[in-house]
Design a protein around this ligand. Structure first.
Ligand SMILES: [Fe+2]
Ligand SMILES: [Fe+2]
Length: 324
């Protein structure tokens, strides 16, 4: 194996779960392994990834591979192309499938946030949304795995994936048809995209926000709506779900202060998933709460959220956590 020349200014931040690389495919990117804190080139772009290579990595206990950041897009494109095949592959463990789905969804969100007008990035978000739905529908334990993977450290991308997963789980619990599940999951991924238009100094501010700064943050659902509307292909149900995801059942929310069932169902679902994600996620200024404590907090929000939906959400999350 060749060690990487560290004098070259390359960063190796794109990690890849081992089983996101399928046997018998030609690699469109370099594969690096981390050994003794150093990145070494294992295989270069254009190599056929064989079972022998995979077995060797498994034997060494390697679970994570890397690719140079300049290869990141090729890797994302590769997983986007093969994600269905990965999810159908019986050789890959279900927990690993959840990890790959989560990892990929986060990567495509990062890509979209870097380039919110990109139709290609948006199309990859659609593929990862479908992967989340397939995983949740096929594997009884998937929600539990996703809860364990998510919520570790806050970023807009991981929060978006978490909201998409929790909202989809609630939509499945409500018995919504597949087309609706997709709208809910897709809206979950995209609900906070408008934050790219809010000054990062305000978004990352650790001290208390001034009233003006707070008002600016509260514009993000409108920014999300406008940004996605400009794509011209976005369904109105999805757009309205996103626009109203901070409305409250008692009319105390924003941007319009609408209440009760005037708030579209998708927005009501997103709102519960959004608050649950906010309570459970670890942030620099506070530790995320446990699933149980977070559900207790949600239960106390009967005025702000639809009580029937809170009840269904508690049911589905409790059921997930009991699965062994
Ligand atoms: Fe939001
Ligand atoms: Fe959010």
């Amino acid at each position: 194996m060749t060690a990487i020349d560290k004098t070259k200014k390359t960063s190796f931040t794109q990690s890849m779960p081992l089983h996101s690389i399928l046997v018998d495919t030609t690699l469109p990117f370099d594969i690096l392994v981390k050994e003794d804190g150093k990145f070494n080139i294992l295989k270069t772009e254009g190599t056929l990834y064989t079972l022998e290579i995979q077995n060797d990595l498994v034997c060494k206990g390697i679970e994570e591979l890397y690719t140079p950041v300049m290869n990141k897009e090729n890797y994302i494109n590769y997983v986007n192309k093969y994600i269905k095949k990965i999810l159908l592959n019986k050789q890959i463990d279900d927990v690993e499938k959840c990890l790959i789905t989560y990892h990929h969804s986060k990567s495509v969100m990062e890509e979209l946030l870097e380039n919110p007008d990109s139709k290609v990035a948006l199309s990859r978000v659609r593929v990862s949304t479908s992967a989340i739905i397939d995983t949740l529908l096929v594997d009884q334990k998937a929600l539990k795995s996703f809860i364990e993977i998510g919520g570790l450290n806050y970023s807009i991308c991981s929060h978006s994936v978490d909201v998409s997963i929790y909202a989809t789980a609630l939509a499945v619990q409500l018995g919504l048809p597949r087309a609706e599940l997709f709208r809910v999951g897709y809206a979950g991924m995209l609900h906070d995209i408008g934050k790219v238009r809010v000054d990062s100094k305000i978004l990352n501010k650790k001290e208390e926000l001034t009233p003006e700064e707070f008002k600016e943050i509260q514009k993000h659902p409108v920014y999300s709506y406008q940004l996605l509307k400009s794509h011209n292909e976005m369904n109105e149900t999805i757009l309205n779900g996103i626009l109203y995801h901070h409305e409250k059942f008692n009319g105390s929310g924003y941007p319009h202060g609408i209440k009760g069932d005037r708030i579209p169902l998708i927005a009501q679902i997103l709102s519960i998933a959004d608050i649950f994600s906010a309570i459970t996620t670890h942030k620099s200024y506070n530790n995320g709460k446990s699933t149980f404590e977070s559900l207790k907090e949600l239960k106390a929000m009967k005025k702000e959220l639809n009580p029937k939906l809170i009840g269904e959400f508690i049911k589905v999350m409790t059921k997930a956590c009991k699965v062994h």
